[in-house]
Design a protein around this ligand. Sequence first.
Ligand SMILES: NC(=O)c1ccc[n+]([C@@H]2O[C@H](COP(=O)([O-])OP(=O)(O)OC[C@H]3O[C@@H](n4cnc5c(N)ncnc54)[C@H](O)[C@@H]3O)[C@@H](O)[C@H]2O)c1
Length: 434
Amino acid sequence: MSSLIHKIKNKKAQIAVIGLGYVGLPLCMEFAKKGFCVTGIDVDKKRVKSVSKGVSYIGDVKSSEIKLYVKEKSFQATTDYGVLSRQDAIIMCVPTPLRKTKEPDISYIIDASKKIAKTLKEEQLIVLESTTYPGTTDEVIQPILEKSELKAGKDFYLAFSPERVDPGNKKYNTANIPKVIGGINSQSTLAAKTLYGQINSNIIPVSSSRVAEMVKLLENTFRSVNIALVNEMAIMCDCLDIDVWEVIGAAATKPFGFMPFYPGPGIGGHCIPLDPFYLTWKSRLHGYEAKFIELAGEINKAMPKYVIGKIRDILNSFKKSINGSTVLILGVAYKKDVGDWRESPAIEIINMLLKKGANVCFNDPHVSEINTDSTSMRSKELDKSSLKESDCTIIVTNHSVYDYKFIVENSSAVLDTRNAISGLKGNFENVFRL
Ligand SMILES: NC(=O)c1ccc[n+]([C@@H]2O[C@H](COP(=O)([O-])OP(=O)(O)OC[C@H]3O[C@@H](n4cnc5c(N)ncnc54)[C@H](O)[C@@H]3O)[C@@H](O)[C@H]2O)c1
Protein backbone atom coordinates (compact mmCIF):
# COMPACT_ATOMS: atom_id res chain seq x y z
CA MET A 1 0.00 0.00 0.00
CA SER A 2 2.68 2.48 0.98
CA SER A 3 4.38 2.15 -2.42
CA LEU A 4 1.13 2.98 -4.25
CA ILE A 5 0.50 5.99 -2.01
CA HIS A 6 4.10 7.08 -2.50
CA LYS A 7 3.81 6.79 -6.30
CA ILE A 8 0.57 8.76 -6.32
CA LYS A 9 1.95 11.52 -4.10
CA ASN A 10 5.06 11.77 -6.28
CA LYS A 11 2.97 11.85 -9.48
CA LYS A 12 4.74 8.72 -10.59
CA ALA A 13 1.55 6.64 -10.66
CA GLN A 14 0.40 5.65 -14.14
CA ILE A 15 -3.34 6.22 -14.52
CA ALA A 16 -5.72 4.64 -17.02
CA VAL A 17 -9.26 5.89 -17.66
CA ILE A 18 -11.63 3.47 -19.39
CA GLY A 19 -14.31 5.28 -21.42
CA LEU A 20 -13.43 8.63 -23.01
CA GLY A 21 -16.83 10.30 -22.88
CA TYR A 22 -18.34 13.26 -21.04
CA VAL A 23 -16.93 11.92 -17.77
CA GLY A 24 -13.72 10.12 -18.77
CA LEU A 25 -12.12 12.69 -21.08
CA PRO A 26 -12.30 15.68 -18.66
CA LEU A 27 -10.94 13.37 -15.94
CA CYS A 28 -7.94 12.45 -18.11
CA MET A 29 -7.27 16.15 -18.64
CA GLU A 30 -7.32 16.90 -14.89
CA PHE A 31 -4.78 14.19 -14.08
CA ALA A 32 -2.57 15.19 -17.04
CA LYS A 33 -2.76 18.82 -15.90
CA LYS A 34 -1.42 17.77 -12.49
CA GLY A 35 1.60 16.03 -14.06
CA PHE A 36 0.41 12.43 -14.22
CA CYS A 37 0.89 10.17 -17.17
CA VAL A 38 -2.63 9.21 -18.26
CA THR A 39 -3.81 6.62 -20.77
CA GLY A 40 -7.37 6.76 -22.03
CA ILE A 41 -8.91 3.53 -23.31
CA ASP A 42 -12.01 3.44 -25.46
CA VAL A 43 -13.63 0.81 -27.67
CA ASP A 44 -14.65 3.56 -30.09
CA LYS A 45 -11.81 3.80 -32.61
CA LYS A 46 -13.07 7.15 -33.91
CA ARG A 47 -12.86 8.72 -30.46
CA VAL A 48 -9.37 7.33 -29.88
CA LYS A 49 -8.22 8.61 -33.27
CA SER A 50 -9.77 12.00 -32.63
CA VAL A 51 -8.14 12.61 -29.23
CA SER A 52 -4.84 11.20 -30.45
CA LYS A 53 -4.90 13.97 -33.06
CA GLY A 54 -5.81 16.48 -30.37
CA VAL A 55 -9.37 17.01 -31.55
CA SER A 56 -12.01 17.23 -28.83
CA TYR A 57 -15.59 16.01 -29.24
CA ILE A 58 -16.64 17.05 -25.71
CA GLY A 59 -17.75 20.67 -25.26
CA ASP A 60 -16.02 21.16 -21.89
CA VAL A 61 -12.63 19.95 -23.15
CA LYS A 62 -10.59 22.20 -25.42
CA SER A 63 -8.72 20.66 -28.37
CA SER A 64 -5.71 22.82 -27.49
CA GLU A 65 -5.58 21.19 -24.05
CA ILE A 66 -5.62 17.65 -25.48
CA LYS A 67 -2.99 18.62 -28.08
CA LEU A 68 -0.71 19.97 -25.37
CA TYR A 69 -0.84 16.82 -23.22
CA VAL A 70 -0.50 14.50 -26.22
CA LYS A 71 2.58 16.49 -27.26
CA GLU A 72 4.00 16.41 -23.72
CA LYS A 73 3.30 12.64 -23.69
CA SER A 74 1.27 12.98 -20.48
CA PHE A 75 -1.85 11.79 -22.29
CA GLN A 76 -2.36 9.09 -24.86
CA ALA A 77 -5.42 7.20 -26.06
CA THR A 78 -5.75 3.64 -27.25
CA THR A 79 -8.21 0.81 -27.90
CA ASP A 80 -5.68 -1.67 -26.52
CA TYR A 81 -6.43 -3.00 -23.05
CA GLY A 82 -2.91 -4.47 -22.95
CA VAL A 83 -1.70 -1.17 -21.47
CA LEU A 84 -3.57 -1.95 -18.23
CA SER A 85 -0.79 -4.19 -16.94
CA ARG A 86 1.45 -1.11 -16.61
CA GLN A 87 -1.05 1.01 -14.67
CA ASP A 88 -1.18 1.83 -10.96
CA ALA A 89 -4.74 3.18 -10.99
CA ILE A 90 -7.58 2.30 -13.36
CA ILE A 91 -10.78 4.32 -13.42
CA MET A 92 -13.90 3.07 -15.21
CA CYS A 93 -16.16 5.72 -16.81
CA VAL A 94 -18.24 3.54 -19.11
CA PRO A 95 -21.95 4.02 -19.93
CA THR A 96 -24.71 2.64 -17.70
CA PRO A 97 -27.88 2.75 -19.80
CA LEU A 98 -31.26 1.15 -19.13
CA ARG A 99 -32.61 -1.75 -21.14
CA LYS A 100 -35.98 -1.29 -22.88
CA THR A 101 -37.50 -3.12 -19.91
CA LYS A 102 -36.13 -0.32 -17.65
CA GLU A 103 -33.66 -2.77 -16.12
CA PRO A 104 -30.05 -1.65 -15.52
CA ASP A 105 -27.62 -2.55 -18.27
CA ILE A 106 -24.27 -2.92 -16.53
CA SER A 107 -22.77 -4.97 -19.37
CA TYR A 108 -20.20 -2.19 -20.09
CA ILE A 109 -18.98 -2.32 -16.48
CA ILE A 110 -18.80 -6.12 -16.58
CA ASP A 111 -16.92 -6.06 -19.88
CA ALA A 112 -14.38 -3.51 -18.62
CA SER A 113 -13.95 -5.40 -15.30
CA LYS A 114 -13.26 -8.69 -17.08
CA LYS A 115 -10.60 -6.98 -19.16
CA ILE A 116 -9.03 -5.43 -16.04
CA ALA A 117 -9.03 -8.86 -14.32
CA LYS A 118 -6.89 -10.33 -17.10
CA THR A 119 -3.86 -8.24 -16.16
CA LEU A 120 -4.72 -7.26 -12.58
CA LYS A 121 -1.62 -6.96 -10.43
CA GLU A 122 -0.80 -6.36 -6.79
CA GLU A 123 -1.13 -2.78 -5.50
CA GLN A 124 -3.38 -1.67 -8.36
CA LEU A 125 -6.26 0.64 -7.50
CA ILE A 126 -9.52 0.13 -9.41
CA VAL A 127 -12.24 2.80 -9.21
CA LEU A 128 -15.70 2.83 -10.74
CA GLU A 129 -17.21 6.24 -11.54
CA SER A 130 -20.19 5.14 -13.66
CA THR A 131 -23.55 5.69 -11.98
CA THR A 132 -25.03 2.38 -10.88
CA TYR A 133 -27.09 0.60 -8.23
CA PRO A 134 -25.74 -0.02 -4.71
CA GLY A 135 -23.80 -3.25 -4.61
CA THR A 136 -22.30 -3.10 -8.11
CA THR A 137 -18.77 -2.54 -6.81
CA ASP A 138 -18.69 -5.23 -4.14
CA GLU A 139 -21.23 -7.73 -5.55
CA VAL A 140 -20.40 -7.58 -9.24
CA ILE A 141 -16.95 -6.09 -9.86
CA GLN A 142 -15.14 -7.54 -6.86
CA PRO A 143 -15.88 -11.22 -7.70
CA ILE A 144 -14.86 -10.63 -11.34
CA LEU A 145 -11.55 -9.09 -10.27
CA GLU A 146 -10.93 -11.74 -7.62
CA LYS A 147 -11.00 -14.44 -10.30
CA SER A 148 -7.40 -13.29 -10.77
CA GLU A 149 -6.66 -14.96 -7.39
CA LEU A 150 -5.81 -11.55 -5.90
CA LYS A 151 -7.82 -10.41 -2.88
CA ALA A 152 -9.68 -7.09 -3.03
CA GLY A 153 -8.81 -4.64 -0.27
CA LYS A 154 -5.58 -6.51 0.48
CA ASP A 155 -3.70 -7.32 -2.75
CA PHE A 156 -5.45 -4.64 -4.80
CA TYR A 157 -7.81 -1.78 -3.90
CA LEU A 158 -11.35 -1.21 -5.08
CA ALA A 159 -13.58 1.84 -4.67
CA PHE A 160 -16.59 3.68 -6.06
CA SER A 161 -16.55 7.41 -6.61
CA PRO A 162 -19.59 8.93 -8.32
CA GLU A 163 -18.99 11.46 -11.07
CA ARG A 164 -21.03 14.61 -10.45
CA VAL A 165 -19.90 16.61 -13.47
CA ASP A 166 -22.43 19.03 -14.94
CA PRO A 167 -21.58 19.48 -18.64
CA GLY A 168 -21.75 23.11 -19.76
CA ASN A 169 -21.44 24.44 -16.19
CA LYS A 170 -18.89 27.26 -16.25
CA LYS A 171 -18.37 27.35 -12.48
CA TYR A 172 -18.22 23.72 -11.38
CA ASN A 173 -16.07 21.02 -12.97
CA THR A 174 -14.23 17.78 -12.24
CA ALA A 175 -11.63 19.61 -10.15
CA ASN A 176 -13.88 21.66 -7.86
CA ILE A 177 -17.00 19.55 -7.34
CA PRO A 178 -16.57 17.81 -3.96
CA LYS A 179 -15.63 14.19 -4.63
CA VAL A 180 -17.41 11.44 -2.71
CA ILE A 181 -15.35 8.27 -2.27
CA GLY A 182 -16.28 4.91 -0.79
CA GLY A 183 -13.93 1.94 -0.86
CA ILE A 184 -14.79 -1.68 -0.18
CA ASN A 185 -12.55 -1.34 2.91
CA SER A 186 -10.60 1.41 4.62
CA GLN A 187 -7.38 0.77 2.65
CA SER A 188 -9.28 1.06 -0.61
CA THR A 189 -10.86 4.34 0.52
CA LEU A 190 -7.44 5.64 1.54
CA ALA A 191 -5.88 4.74 -1.83
CA ALA A 192 -8.73 6.35 -3.78
CA LYS A 193 -8.73 9.40 -1.48
CA THR A 194 -5.02 9.88 -2.13
CA LEU A 195 -5.50 9.59 -5.88
CA TYR A 196 -8.40 12.03 -6.18
CA GLY A 197 -6.80 14.32 -3.62
CA GLN A 198 -4.25 15.13 -6.35
CA ILE A 199 -6.88 16.79 -8.55
CA ASN A 200 -9.55 17.83 -6.07
CA SER A 201 -9.10 19.49 -2.70
CA ASN A 202 -12.54 18.60 -1.40
CA ILE A 203 -12.72 14.84 -0.81
CA ILE A 204 -15.72 13.39 1.02
CA PRO A 205 -14.92 9.87 2.20
CA VAL A 206 -17.87 7.65 3.11
CA SER A 207 -17.95 4.31 4.91
CA SER A 208 -18.44 1.98 1.94
CA SER A 209 -18.76 1.69 -1.82
CA ARG A 210 -22.50 1.07 -1.38
CA VAL A 211 -22.97 4.37 0.43
CA ALA A 212 -21.09 6.16 -2.36
CA GLU A 213 -23.25 4.42 -5.00
CA MET A 214 -26.40 5.42 -3.13
CA VAL A 215 -25.26 9.07 -2.76
CA LYS A 216 -25.31 9.53 -6.52
CA LEU A 217 -28.74 7.91 -6.83
CA LEU A 218 -30.14 10.12 -4.08
CA GLU A 219 -28.81 13.20 -5.89
CA ASN A 220 -30.32 12.21 -9.22
CA THR A 221 -33.60 11.04 -7.69
CA PHE A 222 -33.83 14.35 -5.81
CA ARG A 223 -33.64 16.18 -9.12
CA SER A 224 -36.05 13.91 -10.93
CA VAL A 225 -38.69 14.11 -8.16
CA ASN A 226 -38.42 17.89 -7.74
CA ILE A 227 -38.57 18.51 -11.48
CA ALA A 228 -41.67 16.28 -11.65
CA LEU A 229 -43.25 18.21 -8.78
CA VAL A 230 -42.72 21.54 -10.50
CA ASN A 231 -43.86 20.14 -13.85
CA GLU A 232 -47.12 19.09 -12.22
CA MET A 233 -47.31 22.51 -10.57
CA ALA A 234 -47.02 24.08 -14.06
CA ILE A 235 -49.90 21.96 -15.33
CA MET A 236 -52.06 22.89 -12.31
CA CYS A 237 -51.17 26.59 -12.66
CA ASP A 238 -52.17 26.42 -16.32
CA CYS A 239 -55.58 24.96 -15.37
CA LEU A 240 -56.01 27.74 -12.79
CA ASP A 241 -54.72 30.47 -15.12
CA ILE A 242 -51.84 31.35 -12.78
CA ASP A 243 -48.31 32.16 -13.99
CA VAL A 244 -46.17 29.31 -12.60
CA TRP A 245 -42.92 31.25 -13.21
CA GLU A 246 -44.16 34.16 -11.10
CA VAL A 247 -45.16 31.67 -8.36
CA ILE A 248 -41.73 30.02 -8.35
CA GLY A 249 -39.94 33.39 -8.41
CA ALA A 250 -41.86 34.60 -5.36
CA ALA A 251 -41.53 31.26 -3.49
CA ALA A 252 -37.77 31.37 -4.08
CA THR A 253 -37.53 34.55 -1.98
CA LYS A 254 -38.05 32.38 1.13
CA PRO A 255 -34.58 32.29 2.65
CA PHE A 256 -34.89 28.75 4.05
CA GLY A 257 -36.72 25.51 3.37
CA PHE A 258 -37.29 26.10 -0.35
CA MET A 259 -35.14 25.45 -3.39
CA PRO A 260 -36.47 26.51 -6.79
CA PHE A 261 -36.85 23.97 -9.58
CA TYR A 262 -38.25 24.94 -12.96
CA PRO A 263 -40.72 23.23 -15.27
CA GLY A 264 -39.78 22.25 -18.78
CA PRO A 265 -40.62 20.06 -21.77
CA GLY A 266 -39.32 16.90 -20.06
CA ILE A 267 -35.99 15.55 -18.86
CA GLY A 268 -33.07 14.22 -20.89
CA GLY A 269 -29.42 13.27 -20.86
CA HIS A 270 -27.64 10.18 -19.64
CA CYS A 271 -28.45 10.67 -15.93
CA ILE A 272 -31.75 11.98 -14.54
CA PRO A 273 -34.15 9.99 -16.77
CA LEU A 274 -32.22 6.74 -16.23
CA ASP A 275 -30.33 6.54 -12.96
CA PRO A 276 -33.28 6.55 -10.51
CA PHE A 277 -34.52 3.36 -12.20
CA TYR A 278 -31.31 1.62 -11.21
CA LEU A 279 -32.48 2.16 -7.66
CA THR A 280 -36.10 1.03 -8.20
CA TRP A 281 -34.77 -2.16 -9.80
CA LYS A 282 -32.41 -2.95 -6.93
CA SER A 283 -35.01 -2.03 -4.35
CA ARG A 284 -37.59 -4.31 -6.02
CA LEU A 285 -35.14 -7.22 -5.73
CA HIS A 286 -35.18 -6.58 -2.00
CA GLY A 287 -38.97 -6.52 -1.80
CA TYR A 288 -39.66 -2.77 -1.87
CA GLU A 289 -41.47 -0.94 -4.70
CA ALA A 290 -40.17 2.64 -4.94
CA LYS A 291 -43.09 5.01 -5.33
CA PHE A 292 -41.67 8.53 -5.72
CA ILE A 293 -39.28 7.50 -8.48
CA GLU A 294 -41.97 5.78 -10.53
CA LEU A 295 -44.42 8.69 -10.15
CA ALA A 296 -41.77 11.28 -11.00
CA GLY A 297 -40.77 9.24 -14.06
CA GLU A 298 -44.40 9.10 -15.18
CA ILE A 299 -44.95 12.87 -14.85
CA ASN A 300 -41.65 13.85 -16.47
CA LYS A 301 -42.14 11.37 -19.31
CA ALA A 302 -45.57 12.84 -20.05
CA MET A 303 -44.26 16.40 -20.54
CA PRO A 304 -43.48 16.10 -24.29
CA LYS A 305 -47.11 15.06 -24.84
CA TYR A 306 -48.23 18.05 -22.80
CA VAL A 307 -46.11 20.29 -25.03
CA ILE A 308 -47.78 18.75 -28.12
CA GLY A 309 -51.17 19.68 -26.61
CA LYS A 310 -49.94 23.27 -26.21
CA ILE A 311 -48.71 23.38 -29.83
CA ARG A 312 -52.08 22.04 -31.01
CA ASP A 313 -53.92 24.76 -29.05
CA ILE A 314 -51.66 27.53 -30.35
CA LEU A 315 -52.07 26.43 -33.98
CA ASN A 316 -55.80 26.02 -33.40
CA SER A 317 -56.05 29.64 -32.24
CA PHE A 318 -54.62 30.59 -35.67
CA LYS A 319 -57.14 28.26 -37.39
CA LYS A 320 -54.35 25.82 -38.22
CA SER A 321 -53.74 22.15 -37.45
CA ILE A 322 -50.53 20.33 -36.59
CA ASN A 323 -51.00 18.34 -39.78
CA GLY A 324 -49.47 20.44 -42.53
CA SER A 325 -48.04 23.17 -40.29
CA THR A 326 -44.35 23.99 -40.18
CA VAL A 327 -42.86 23.81 -36.70
CA LEU A 328 -39.38 25.06 -35.87
CA ILE A 329 -37.73 23.55 -32.79
CA LEU A 330 -35.08 25.71 -31.12
CA GLY A 331 -32.61 23.55 -29.20
CA VAL A 332 -32.57 19.75 -29.33
CA ALA A 333 -29.84 19.22 -26.70
CA TYR A 334 -31.21 18.04 -23.36
CA LYS A 335 -29.91 21.16 -21.60
CA LYS A 336 -28.52 24.58 -22.37
CA ASP A 337 -25.11 25.11 -23.93
CA VAL A 338 -24.26 21.43 -24.54
CA GLY A 339 -24.37 19.25 -27.64
CA ASP A 340 -25.68 16.10 -25.93
CA TRP A 341 -29.13 15.11 -27.24
CA ARG A 342 -29.34 11.66 -25.64
CA GLU A 343 -32.84 11.08 -24.21
CA SER A 344 -33.67 14.70 -25.02
CA PRO A 345 -37.40 15.52 -24.83
CA ALA A 346 -36.93 17.52 -28.07
CA ILE A 347 -36.51 14.27 -29.99
CA GLU A 348 -39.77 12.90 -28.61
CA ILE A 349 -41.57 16.15 -29.42
CA ILE A 350 -40.20 16.02 -32.98
CA ASN A 351 -41.23 12.35 -33.39
CA MET A 352 -44.76 13.12 -32.22
CA LEU A 353 -45.05 16.16 -34.51
CA LEU A 354 -43.79 14.18 -37.51
CA LYS A 355 -46.30 11.41 -36.79
CA LYS A 356 -49.08 13.99 -36.74
CA GLY A 357 -48.07 15.31 -40.16
CA ALA A 358 -46.16 18.49 -39.25
CA ASN A 359 -43.20 19.72 -41.29
CA VAL A 360 -40.54 19.87 -38.61
CA CYS A 361 -37.14 21.52 -38.67
CA PHE A 362 -34.72 22.40 -35.90
CA ASN A 363 -31.86 24.69 -35.02
CA ASP A 364 -29.24 23.93 -32.42
CA PRO A 365 -25.89 25.75 -32.32
CA HIS A 366 -24.33 22.69 -30.64
CA VAL A 367 -25.96 19.82 -32.56
CA SER A 368 -25.55 19.52 -36.32
CA GLU A 369 -27.58 16.36 -36.94
CA ILE A 370 -30.12 14.17 -35.14
CA ASN A 371 -31.85 10.88 -35.85
CA THR A 372 -35.59 10.71 -35.30
CA ASP A 373 -37.71 7.53 -35.45
CA SER A 374 -38.22 7.94 -39.18
CA THR A 375 -35.44 10.11 -40.55
CA SER A 376 -32.28 12.07 -39.86
CA MET A 377 -32.36 15.86 -39.80
CA ARG A 378 -29.74 18.58 -39.97
CA SER A 379 -29.76 21.80 -37.99
CA LYS A 380 -31.24 24.64 -40.03
CA GLU A 381 -29.88 28.16 -40.11
CA LEU A 382 -31.70 30.40 -37.64
CA ASP A 383 -32.53 33.51 -39.66
CA LYS A 384 -35.49 35.70 -40.53
CA SER A 385 -36.71 33.43 -43.28
CA SER A 386 -36.61 30.19 -41.22
CA LEU A 387 -38.54 31.96 -38.46
CA LYS A 388 -41.05 33.49 -40.82
CA GLU A 389 -41.60 30.18 -42.65
CA SER A 390 -42.62 28.42 -39.44
CA ASP A 391 -46.20 28.49 -38.13
CA CYS A 392 -44.95 27.94 -34.61
CA THR A 393 -41.47 28.24 -33.07
CA ILE A 394 -40.86 26.11 -29.98
CA ILE A 395 -38.10 26.98 -27.51
CA VAL A 396 -37.15 23.58 -26.12
CA THR A 397 -33.59 24.36 -24.98
CA ASN A 398 -32.60 27.91 -24.05
CA HIS A 399 -28.99 28.07 -25.29
CA SER A 400 -27.27 31.29 -24.19
CA VAL A 401 -26.46 32.29 -27.78
CA TYR A 402 -30.09 32.66 -28.82
CA ASP A 403 -31.30 36.18 -29.46
CA TYR A 404 -34.85 35.94 -28.15
CA LYS A 405 -35.88 39.43 -29.23
CA PHE A 406 -35.00 38.53 -32.81
CA ILE A 407 -36.80 35.20 -32.49
CA VAL A 408 -40.00 36.72 -31.11
CA GLU A 409 -40.04 39.61 -33.57
CA ASN A 410 -39.77 37.32 -36.56
CA SER A 411 -41.99 34.40 -35.53
CA SER A 412 -45.73 34.22 -35.99
CA ALA A 413 -46.12 32.24 -32.75
CA VAL A 414 -43.63 31.12 -30.10
CA LEU A 415 -44.11 28.43 -27.46
CA ASP A 416 -41.62 29.15 -24.68
CA THR A 417 -41.17 26.00 -22.58
CA ARG A 418 -38.22 27.42 -20.60
CA ASN A 419 -39.25 30.92 -19.59
CA ALA A 420 -36.52 32.08 -21.95
CA ILE A 421 -38.43 35.19 -23.03
CA SER A 422 -38.97 36.45 -19.48
CA GLY A 423 -36.09 38.95 -19.61
CA LEU A 424 -37.49 40.71 -22.69
CA LYS A 425 -39.25 44.00 -22.23
CA GLY A 426 -42.59 44.49 -23.96
CA ASN A 427 -45.84 42.69 -24.34
CA PHE A 428 -45.49 39.94 -26.89
CA GLU A 429 -48.86 38.65 -27.93
CA ASN A 430 -47.39 35.93 -30.07
CA VAL A 431 -45.61 34.27 -27.11
CA PHE A 432 -47.28 31.35 -25.31
CA ARG A 433 -45.84 29.64 -22.27
CA LEU A 434 -45.76 26.18 -20.81
N1 LIG B 1 -22.65 12.78 -18.88
C1 LIG B 1 -22.81 13.23 -17.66
O1 LIG B 1 -23.13 14.39 -17.44
C2 LIG B 1 -22.58 12.34 -16.45
C3 LIG B 1 -22.52 12.93 -15.18
C4 LIG B 1 -22.29 12.14 -14.08
C5 LIG B 1 -22.20 10.76 -14.23
N2 LIG B 1 -22.29 10.18 -15.47
C6 LIG B 1 -22.16 8.73 -15.55
O2 LIG B 1 -20.85 8.43 -16.03
C7 LIG B 1 -20.88 7.27 -16.87
C8 LIG B 1 -20.30 7.62 -18.24
O3 LIG B 1 -21.13 8.62 -18.82
P1 LIG B 1 -20.68 9.49 -20.08
O4 LIG B 1 -21.73 10.53 -20.24
O5 LIG B 1 -19.25 9.86 -19.96
O6 LIG B 1 -20.84 8.40 -21.24
P2 LIG B 1 -20.31 8.54 -22.74
O7 LIG B 1 -21.23 7.70 -23.55
O8 LIG B 1 -20.13 9.97 -23.09
O9 LIG B 1 -18.88 7.88 -22.70
C9 LIG B 1 -18.65 6.55 -22.42
C10 LIG B 1 -17.49 6.07 -23.26
O10 LIG B 1 -17.20 4.72 -22.89
C11 LIG B 1 -16.83 4.01 -24.05
N3 LIG B 1 -16.95 2.57 -23.77
C12 LIG B 1 -18.06 1.81 -23.69
N4 LIG B 1 -17.75 0.55 -23.35
C13 LIG B 1 -16.41 0.52 -23.19
C14 LIG B 1 -15.49 -0.49 -22.83
N5 LIG B 1 -15.88 -1.73 -22.52
N6 LIG B 1 -14.18 -0.17 -22.79
C15 LIG B 1 -13.76 1.09 -23.08
N7 LIG B 1 -14.58 2.08 -23.42
C16 LIG B 1 -15.89 1.80 -23.47
C17 LIG B 1 -17.75 4.55 -25.11
O11 LIG B 1 -17.28 4.31 -26.41
C18 LIG B 1 -17.78 6.04 -24.76
O12 LIG B 1 -16.78 6.75 -25.44
C19 LIG B 1 -22.32 6.83 -16.90
O13 LIG B 1 -22.52 5.88 -15.89
C20 LIG B 1 -23.08 8.08 -16.55
O14 LIG B 1 -24.33 7.80 -15.95
C21 LIG B 1 -22.46 10.96 -16.59
